[in-house]
Write a new protein. Structure first.
Length: 141
């Protein structure tokens, strides 16, 4: 039985995460699994930040936290065992780092159907599967 489940969410495409969440609801009902829902904000290039308002980063962080909280509120997950995290950086690096710091024993990732581009270039889900310190469940569209 899994006790610490990490679910990365792309707030731009929450339908993938919604399917991933449905796959773990039973773990949260039957067991005492803790769930961490996380998202990763992309780094803004230094040359672009000159043209952004001074509080852009703080506002973007706040907006991501609010969106993630709204997502969790509508997820059906137990509130007392669900936490959130917003990180900044490369997606799969941050997911793997969060898995280590949270002590996850399962990462549940929503994924697109594979295409030629992902076979040649790789995808975040593929990199997570390859390098994860724990089991990974990939939920396809």
């Amino acid at each position: 039985m899994f006790t610490k489940i990490l679910v990365p969410v792309d707030l731009a495409e929450p339908t993938f995460a919604a399917k991933a969440l449905r796959s773990i609801l039973e773990y949260t009902r039957v067991g005492e699994a803790q769930v961490r829902i996380m998202t990763v904000r992309q780094l803004v290039p230094q040359m672009v930040t000159e043209y952004l308002p001074a509080d852009f980063s703080r506002e973007a962080q706040s907006e991501a936290e609010k969106s993630l909280e709204d997502f969790v509120a509508n997820s059906g997950l137990p509130k007392d065992r669900t936490t959130t995290a917003v990180r900044i950086g490369g997606v799969y690096h941050e997911v793997l780092d969060e898995a280590n710091s949270f002590g996850a024993d399962l990462i549940v990732v929503g994924s697109h159907r594979p295409s030629m581009a992902t076979y040649l270039l790789g995808s975040n889900a593929a990199n997570i599967v390859r390098h994860a310190p724990c089991s990974v469940l990939v939920v396809r569209d």
